[in-house]
Design a protein around this ligand. Structure first.
Ligand code: CUA
Length: 315
């Protein structure tokens, strides 16, 4: 069968694309089939029970119940909807389960463009370059209103919100170019908030990535500079030994942290970001809530660098 031949004519460039197209094709063709059944039945019944010219007084039979028909259609349609639900849920789960060790790229949306940041400091506008055949995880946020990152060729879409990170993972199956659209109305130039994805062979990608512009430093080093400049070091040790006003940051990333209320949270990107913008919200057990907020003092690109630095601190 020609996948997506009628319903979605764009090339399939990610591992998810053929799966999503198959489900869509199934929905499309089963809708056609049901439409055909309904129309044929409607025409046939209208013909069968038409008013008779020869016998205008002919009675139309009154049928109150038909258990076989009622139970039959209900259970067949019920099973059909259950199948579509389970099928869709399996795909939904796959889209939301990030594979082990993805290649991470940061995306910041704002009116009306995308900024793409790589760990080595490479920064692009409206262009996402990724390797083929490797899971890529986008860690995304917005500087202003809600945007939505959509690549039709990947059949993947994710809202991008201010004040938090959302993620989207993909594995490209073909090299080439694809379009990025913003699909959340975000003001005047929403329809011009466009970009390109370029999928390269892994070797080409590495060569491209290592070509860093002179003067550029990697994200973690940029974050380290901010860490010094903002004097975070005054309250947070980075060696895990000295006890300071605030908790140590070494080896923090992805660890379970116990908060003042006894609740445990995972120190992921969002936790680190929120600890900087709203420190009073998640106070670590045993520490006083004395950290001032840095909300508004760092822009999102700087925040990405600072979070990258904290993530880089090993025990
Ligand atoms: Cu950004 Cu629409």
């Amino acid at each position: 069968m020609m996948q997506g031949a009628l319903t979605f004519q764009l090339p399939q460039m990610s591992t998810m694309a053929p799966k999503i197209d198959t489900l869509y094709d199934f929905l499309f063709w089963s809708s056609c089939f049901l439409m055909l059944c309904t129309t044929v039945a409607m025409v046939a019944l209208a013909y069968k029970y038409r008013a008779s010219v020869a016998d205008p007084k002919k009675e139309v039979p009154y049928i109150a119940h038909n258990h076989l028909l009622e139970w039959g259609t209900t259970s067949i349609l019920g099973a059909f909807f259950l199948l579509v639900f389970v099928w869709g849920f399996v795909g939904f789960h796959e889209i939301n389960t990030i594979p082990e060790d993805p290649y991470e790229i940061n995306v910041v949306g704002q009116k009306w463009f995308w900024t793409i940041q790589y760990a080595n400091g490479k920064t692009l506008k409206n262009e996402l370059v990724i390797p083929k055949g490797r899971p890529v995880k986008l860690i995304m946020t917005s500087r202003d209103v809600i945007h939505s990152f959509y690549v039709p060729e990947f059949r993947l879409k994710q809202d991008v919100l201010g004040g938090m990170y959302t993620t989207l993972w993909m594995e490209a199956t073909h090299t080439g170019e694809a379009d990025i659209y913003c699909t959340e109305f975000c003001g005047l130039d929403h329809s011009n908030m466009l970009g390109k994805v370029r999928v390269l062979e892994p070797g080409e990608f590495n060569a491209w990535l290592s070509g860093v512009e002179p003067g550029k430093i990697d994200l973690a080093s940029a974050g380290h500079q901010l860490f010094q400049k903002r004097n975070c070091i005054a309250c947070h040790s980075i060696n895990g030994k000295d006890r300071k006003t605030g908790p140590s940051l070494s080896g923090l990333f992805n660890k379970l942290v116990t908060l003042a209320g006894g609740e445990q949270v995972k120190a992921d990107d969002n936790y680190i970001r929120q600890s900087i913008t709203n420190p009073g919200g998640q106070v670590v057990q045993g520490y006083a809530p004395v950290m001032p907020t840095y909300k508004g003092l760092l822009n999102e690109e700087e925040m990405v660098a600072l979070v990258a630095y904290v993530k880089s601190l090993k025990e």
